[in-house]
Ligand binder design. Structure first.
Ligand code: HEC
Length: 127
């Protein structure tokens, strides 16, 4: 009995240590929408260089060309996005951006993404 209790305590300690080592506390404090963006979208819409030959990541590069500098190439810096716009593109896709199924990004996650990407839109009343 005593032995089991010790094992259980040791196991709990191990799990706690493993969890601390794996997760970065700063990232976990970020809003859900930002964490989802970093996970699903930043590979194309983030900063930094893209595949060999591309100056930027494909989403960032395509939007730089599309708006010719009139809007930020980075989605995370846009001030004109609404949750509806984000939902439209996420569910329908565009160009090399494939649509996301509800099994990949469910409606609650999509809402969080939309909230985060439209957080700087002055036309949206903050509740
Ligand atoms: C495989 C790369 C890729 C991924 C992953 C990706 N996108 Fe895109 N996305 C693009 C490209 C490329 C465009 C621009 C297409 C065009 O109009 O030329 C785009 C366009 C968009 C647009 C339209 C912006 C505008 O003003 O036209 C939105 C909104 C968007 N993406 C949101 C997202 C979100 C949110 C995610 C993550 C859930 C995501 N994208 C993931 C490549 C990607």
């Amino acid at each position: 009995m005593m032995r089991h209790a010790l094992c259980a305590a040791a196991l709990a300690g191990f799990i706690a240590c493993a969890a601390t080592a794996a997760g970065k506390p700063a990232d976990q404090a970020a809003p859900l929408g930002k964490r989802l963006f970093d996970y699903h979208c930043a590979s194309c819409h983030g900063t930094g260089i893209g595949n060999p030959g591309a100056a930027m990541k494909p989403g960032t590069d395509a939007l730089r060309v599309k708006y010719g500098g009139e809007l930020p190439a980075l989605l995370s810096e846009r001030t004109d996005l609404t949750p509806e716009t984000v939902a439209y593109f996420v569910r329908n896709g565009v160009s090399v951006m494939a649509p996301y199924r509800k099994t990949e990004i469910d409606d609650a996650q999509l809402a969080a993404l939309g909230t985060w990407l439209s957080r700087n839109n002055p036309d949206l009343k903050r509740r």
